[in-house]
Design a protein around this ligand. Structure first.
Ligand SMILES: [Zn+2]
Ligand SMILES: [Zn+2]
Length: 246
């Protein structure tokens, strides 16, 4: 076990992120295509009212930048910035495509590809390029990143991906006003007893919104079974008491 590069938890052997931070990345990758679609539908379809700031009468020297300009940049094909230059990757104007392709290029470059020369000797060298199997849409890039995630999590760059992907997804949520749907769970939190456990779309873990406790779905199922069992026993003993009282 080693320390998680993002939070105070410990990461599994050979990995840079703990299971929960890895779950963040997996969840954001699952969320990103839908957010991009919403963004395009809301801002780029004919007839959709652009949310422009008020121009004039505000006493400003410059009119505010209309929000759809930021959206246009985010949805532009764009070109990935130079690989390994984190200063470039954190530029909030990096298009989603370029962001995903740039990171895929960086990951692929560190991924050892083995090929045999005509004499049968195996050579290991970095992959030169990342290609998603089905086109190069945002969805295809996210599928690529999800498939390579077990490898990406072993790289020192995993913390940077977590930070930048999180920033990107939160920026998109701010523009689309849409968050992944959360489904309340019936059993209370085993840590704080609040009825505050949620399963969120795209996330593996079940999360307590009160105390921050996290459970795997299996752990939750066991906990919920035990809770149900205790409730049944309590109800049964209440009936017993009723019988004695009457
Ligand atoms: Zn962590
Ligand atoms: Zn809790």
């Amino acid at each position: 076990m080693t320390a998680c590069a993002v939070c105070p938890r410990t990461a599994p052997d050979g990995q840079r992120l703990c299971l929960l931070c890895a779950d963040d990345v997996r969840g954001w990758l699952a969320e990103l295509p839908g957010q991009a679609e919403l963004l395009a539908a809301e801002f780029l379809t004919p007839g959709a009212a652009p949310r422009q700031g008020r121009i004039g009468g505000t006493g400003r020297a410059h009119s505010p930048v209309p929000v759809d300009l930021r959206v246009l940049v985010l949805l532009a094909p764009g070109h990935p910035g130079p690989v390994g230059d984190p200063a470039d990757d954190t530029d909030p104007s990096v298009p989603i495509h370029a962001f995903l392709a740039g990171w895929a290029g960086h990951i692929a470059y560190t991924y050892p590809a083995v090929h045999r020369d005509p004499h049968g000797t195996a050579h290991t060298q970095p992959c030169e390029q990342a290609w998603p199997a089905k086109g190069r849409t945002i969805t295809a890039w996210c599928t690529w990143h999800t498939a390579y995630l077990p490898y990406t999590l072993t790289l020192p760059a995993a913390a940077g991906l977590h930070e930048q992907l999180g920033d990107l997804v939160h920026r998109l949520r701010g523009l689309t006003h849409t968050e992944p749907r959360a489904h309340p769970r019936a059993a209370p939190c085993p840590q704080c007893d609040s009825f505050a456990l949620l399963r969120t779309d795209g996330r593996w873990h079940i999360h307590c919104t009160d105390c921050g406790h996290n459970l795997t779905p299996d752990d939750y199922d066991q906990h919920a079974d035990a809770y149900r069992h205790t409730l049944q026993e309590k109800t049964a003993s209440m009936f017993e008491l009723d019988k004695i009282a009457t």
